[in-house]
Design a protein around this ligand. Structure first.
Ligand code: IPM
Ligand code: MG
Length: 360
């Protein structure tokens, strides 16, 4: 069956355009093999959008994303725009598109591939136990978006404040995503919060337990305070299957989980809403220091294309095909600079994309 799918491409800044080109190369090839046809449309976001239009998220970009079946994003930001007013920084583009598309569920798998076990930052005996978890991070609430927020004068002192806030429905819907995700995996959810100190977290924990007891009794649910969770992640990450947490704790823990795998350049992510297109992007940033030099690792973007196919377009076989091709490329010894080891073949961004494509 042929299906016409529209994919909106957001190359963004730094290495964004080069890695996205390889992601699209592999996506196109996988679609062709499976007899699907995709159409691609590009739009501006982040620093590139600021340079062209003055805004990190032009209205035209939002419209193009909303009209698509899936959004494929590379990376935003760079030192060029660091000095700008916070309201027009590149990051605003990213936060804005999450909110506009209602992408409340951020799925960030952290997986140590056996081919890259040597790069893992943990002690060999800890690494040997394996690392295959997924952070399910709430993405459109919490202190990121809570009101009121400001920097203002209070009692003659400059005072900054933000609001950490969740309502029960926001907690319920992300908890459901975590439990559903766990059902496809090892059936364990660890909910992470700070309920020994914060009211928001006390409600979080209560609601997660309610959702669990009502509909997901087959899933094993545990709870950790965020400081303990950060510690357990480096002590023994093999204990985790699905980590369910809020926006800011998820921001921090997902960076931690991904870096200990030793291959930040390998990890994809998906952001999903209740309906409408999902957004798929590598978890790493725009690496301005190596932009335009054909040195970047495109594999996180290519693996994001696989998530796009699986979760965004419901094409699991095509997603598997891409993931297998990536594994085969690594088994055949091809490495970009960030994951290079003695005895392997060093390739650039473009060649890595081509090597994956030829293994599809
Ligand atoms: C991420 C990033 C963003 C976030 C920034 C760039 C706004 O760190 O996707 O994790 O904090 O969510
Ligand atoms: Mg982050």
């Amino acid at each position: 069956m042929t299906m016409e799918k529209k994919i909106c491409l957001l190359p963004g800044d730094g290495i964004g355009p080069e890695i996205l080109a390889e992601g699209v190369r592999v996506l196109r090839a996988a679609a062709e093999k499976a007899g699907h046809s995709f159409s691609f449309e590009e739009a501006l976001i982040g620093g590139a959008a600021i340079d062209a239009t003055g805004s990190p998220l032009p209205a035209e970009t939002v419209a193009k994303c909303k009209a698509s079946d899936a959004v494929f994003l590379a990376a935003v930001g760079g030192p060029k725009w660091d000095g700008l007013d916070p309201k027009i920084r590149p990051e605003r583009g990213l936060l804005g598109i999450r909110k506009e598309l209602g992408l409340f569920a951020n799925l960030r798998p952290a997986l140590m591939l056996p081919e890259l076990a040597g790069a893992c930052l943990l002690r060999p005996e800890v690494a040997a136990k394996g690392l295959d978890l997924i952070v399910v991070r709430e993405l459109t609430g919490d202190i990121y978006f809570g009101e009121p927020r400001a920097i203002e004068m209070r009692n003659g002192l400059r005072t900054g404040y933000n609001t950490m806030i969740y309502n029960e429905e926001e907690i319920r819907r992300i908890a459901r995503v975590a439990f559903e995700t766990a059902r496809q995996r090892r059936k364990r959810v660890c909910s992470v919060e700070k309920s020994n100190v914060l009211e928001t977290s006390r409600l979080w924990k209560q609601v997660v337990i309610e959702v669990h007891d009502a509909d997901y009794a087959d899933i094993e649910l545990s709870h950790l305070y965020v400081d303990n969770a950060a510690m357990q992640l480096v002590r023994d990450p093999s204990q985790f299957d699905v980590i369910l947490t809020g926006n800011i704790f998820g921001d921090i823990l997902s960076d931690e989980a991904s870096v200990i795998t030793g291959s930040l350049g390998m990890l994809p992510s998906a952001s999903m809403g209740a309906d409408g297109p999902g957004l798929f992007e590598p978890i790493h940033g725009s690496a301005p220091d190596i932009a335009g030099q054909d040195k970047a690792n495109p594999l996180a973007t290519i693996l994001s294309a696989a998530m796009l196919l699986r979760l965004g377009l419901h094409m699991p076989d095509e997603a598997d095909m891409i993931e297998k091709a990536v594994r085969k490329t690594l088994q055949d010894g091809y490495r970009t600079g960030d994951i290079m080891e003695p005895g392997k073949t060093l390739v650039g961004c473009r060649e890595m994309g081509c090597r994956v494509e030829e293994r599809l």
